[in-house]
Write a protein that binds this ligand. Structure first.
Ligand code: FAD
Length: 141
């Protein structure tokens, strides 16, 4: 039984690249043993993450992430049972915001900003899929 979950959250402090790298490293270290794959995007204080894997493993990880004191306003945007993964190649891929064409953000939102709180979960998922198609996700294991 596979599920896909997507949430958004806000960093509680100004996050630098080292802090972000720590989370990505931890994710890439822990997720394979749990069969978790996914992608993490961070821009202007906002996290957007997709997790895929077995239902119990994804639920357990989401609960752990949601109680992490490094972020707040954790909002579940999407939760679905799936037949196959979309992000199978990433133990935790990272969106390279610098490589992201602002037109891609404009396609789905009022401004060229990542703001998952202002759009539907469906739109944020569509954005992730476009990032996948335009090779904006880095960090293949
Ligand atoms: P430890 O790493 O030993 O952490 C113990 C406790 O301290 C936890 O409550 C943890 O939240 C907290 N903590 C750890 N480091 C810090 C720090 N630098 N500052 C403040 N508190 C800290 N983990 C994964 O395994 N996979 C993921 O895909 C994943 N994605 C994440 C995405 C985001 C946006 C964030 C903020 C965290 C993510 N994490 C992820 C980390 C996750 O929230 C837990 O910190 C981690 O899984 C706990 O690992 P652990 O049980 O080994 O505990």
């Amino acid at each position: 039984m596979l599920v896909r979950l997507m949430y958004a959250s806000r960093a509680v402090t100004a996050f630098d690249q080292d802090q972000l790298a720590l989370i990505v490293r931890k994710s890439r270290g822990s997720n394979p043993a749990e069969g978790i794959t996914g992608v993490l995007c961070f821009s202007q204080g906002i996290f957007l993450q997709v997790l895929e894997g077995g239902r119990s493993a994804v639920n357990r990880l989401y609960n752990r992430i949601a109680s992490d004191p490094r972020h707040t306003q954790v909002e579940l945007l999407c939760y679905e049972e799936i037949e196959e993964r979309r992000f199978a190649g990433w133990s935790m891929g990272q969106v390279d915001i610098a490589r992201l064409n602002p037109a891609l953000l404009l396609k789905y939102s009022e401004k060229a900003l990542l703001d998952p709180y202002a759009v539907s979960g469906k739109v944020s998922m569509a954005l992730f899929e476009e990032m996948l198609a335009t090779a904006s996700i880095v960090g293949q294991p």
